[in-house]
Write a protein that binds this ligand. Sequence first.
Ligand code: KG4
Ligand code: ZN
Length: 344
Amino acid sequence: MAHSIILGIESSCDETAAAVVTGDRRVLAHRLAGQEAAHRPYGGVVPEIAARAHVEALEPLIVGALADAGLRLGQVDAVAATAGPGLIGGVMVGLVMGKALAHAASKPLVAVNHLEGHALSPRLSDPDLQFPYLLLLVSGGHCQLLLVEGVGRYKRLATTIDDAAGEAFDKTAKSLGLGFPGGPAVERAAALGDPKAVPLPRPLKGSAEPHFSFAGLKSAVVRAVGRYSPEDLAASFQAAVVDCLIDRTRRALHRADGATALVVAGGVAANGAVRGAMQALAAEHGLRFVAPPLWLCTDNAAMIGWAGAERFAAGLTDPLDVAARPRWPLDPSAEAVRGAGVKA
Ligand code: KG4
Ligand code: ZN
């Protein structure tokens, strides 16, 4: 059978994106429109502004991606759109567009969980990555350790009890006056600073359950602002985050029976210090280390198209009345954990 061709659509946060991906891992096209400039004056993503920006950007991106791939809509085998979790206004824009295109072209719709897009993205870049694998999923909205057992099969081993790792990067950037988006800015400043200069806490380090917490670290940075250089603060903050991520992942490895690889994905996986430390941890345990290329770590539509291709191959398509889900855990059986503002 010929390999499937999937149109992917992403609009759950502040990137609007369209891509054309094949079942044999070819990215025929991927286009992306960021909204940084629109949100920068507010120092964070404003949902209403994001939704309007998605409306304006999406159609030309899709038309452009199909043109880049040299295809007409009728030549794709399915349309995959993010159906959650995320900002509901943005998710609706992309999902409704996906439904309309699927209906117009009489092609199946695949409603993709954005987190599944991140979770399967390493299999797009690495054809040898087999299930099961231990995944550290670190993004702006989520910080989880998942045993990825197969398409649609995730066992959540840990989550954050307060902030996500990317959120901590963004808030630290804000308090250091480094601007928005914060992750890359903190990484650049950290390269010029001393990671041992500022004593900062490592919340939950050493605790029995492999959960995460970053709120206390973020507050400690706020208290230290003005007493140290922004570069030293950024470097010390980044070192503390990496320490926590590695300690928690090491703990989870004991519960990741049969894992063939240690994998990191999501926006924070673009961070060089995070990637380096995860690679060392994998080596320590004799495991393969897999991380997608940087462009595939931060939000994009190729990962949605790829998750769509994996689901399509498994016969998992969705009816056109499928609902958008602002909250949508990958592992519905995972228990809620105690803590302020727990993320799904
Ligand atoms: O996966 P993503 O693009 O969107 C979500 O699904 O949340 O992740 C965005 C997050 C932001 O918090 C951003 O600051 C962070 O990823 N990020 C980074 C880096 N690049 C992006 N954090 C640390 N270092 C980076 N180089
Ligand atoms: Zn994301």
